[in-house]
Design a protein around this ligand. Structure first.
Ligand SMILES: Nc1ncnc2c1ncn2[C@@H]1O[C@H](COP(=O)(O)OP(=O)(O)OP(=O)(O)O)[C@@H](O)[C@H]1O
Ligand SMILES: Cc1cn([C@H]2C[C@H](O)[C@@H](COP(=O)(O)O)O2)c(=O)[nH]c1=O
Length: 217
């Protein structure tokens, strides 16, 4: 049975880049890695509705924090069997965002913290009610919101189809979200958290070593 590891962080923190770096190290060492990124815009109708809402195309739905939370969660619910199957066939299943993203962004939108009602609701919905696979570990890429925003803006200029959405252009939301993530990590919410400094080059070998030790220990 493989390990389920989730990468979290604000928009532009470098999650996709970290996922690729960790994948390279694990495969170099002979292991197998499967990756998913949530929302699954290419595969799931709930994720496609999320995208519409994030770009202001679903009327008032995007305003509803709980409504958005349900759509994100339904995308994961639809992926749950696939995640379980991937865990049976790979050493590492690496997720770019998962349940903690819902907790962090929703709480930040409602100006709550990691002990707030919204974070509890996400756990009740996604873990207790939907029975989603629980991660073995979270990796939080800690990056000042300004740095992440600059990276996201640069990526928007450089890559086609990467126009920033309503969350990505909201600097206050990104700052509050970074604070909620810190609270989730302090509490080891849902699973253990390891915080990585995303402002400099991440040592991918050291991260994989630490994950392997955590599994062995
Ligand atoms: N450690 C780093 N130092 C400098 N630039 C980085 C670093 N990691 C990623 N970047 C750059 O920052 C930009 C955003 O990175 P990436 O796409 O990995 O972020 P992300 O967290 O997956 O973003 P999003 O959540 O918005 O999809 C990219 O242009 C990437 O090359
Ligand atoms: C999975 C998930 C994501 N979000 C937020 C985080 C981002 O701002 C957007 C879209 O994600 P992307 O990585 O930029 O494609 O949605 C969320 O609030 N809840 C979630 O479960």
């Amino acid at each position: 049975m493989g390990r389920l590891v989730v990468i979290e962080g604000v928009d532009g923190a470098g999650k996709r880049t970290l996922a690729q770096g960790l994948t390279d190290v694990v495969t170099e060492r002979g292991g197998t890695v499967a990756r998913l990124a949530f929302p699954r815009y290419d595969d799931d109708v709930h994720a496609q509705l999320v995208r519409d809402a994030l770009h202001g195309r679903l009327g008032g739905l995007g305003e509803s924090v709980y409504g958005m939370g349900v759509l994100y969660a339904l995308d994961r619910r639809a992926a749950a069997d696939e995640v379980r199957d991937l865990l049976r066939h790979h050493d590492l299943v690496l997720l770019d965002r998962y349940t903690a993203s819902n907790a962090a962004y929703g709480a930040a939108r409602l100006r709550q913290d990691a002990d707030g009602e919204f974070v509890r609701w996400v756990w009740e919905l996604e873990v207790d009610r939907f029975g989603l696979p629980v991660p073995d570990a979270h990796l939080l890429l800690r990056v000042p919101a300004e740095v992440a925003a600059e990276r996201a803006a640069r990526r928007e200029r450089e890559e086609a189809d990467r126009a920033r959405d309503n969350y990505e252009t909201d600097a206050g939301l990104q700052r509050r979200c970074a604070a909620v993530y810190e609270g989730l990590a302090e509490r080891n919410w849902l699973a253990p958290w390891r915080v990585l400094d995303g402002t400099s080059t991440v040592d991918h070998r050291a991260v994989v070593d630490a994950l392997e030790q955590a599994v062995a220990g």
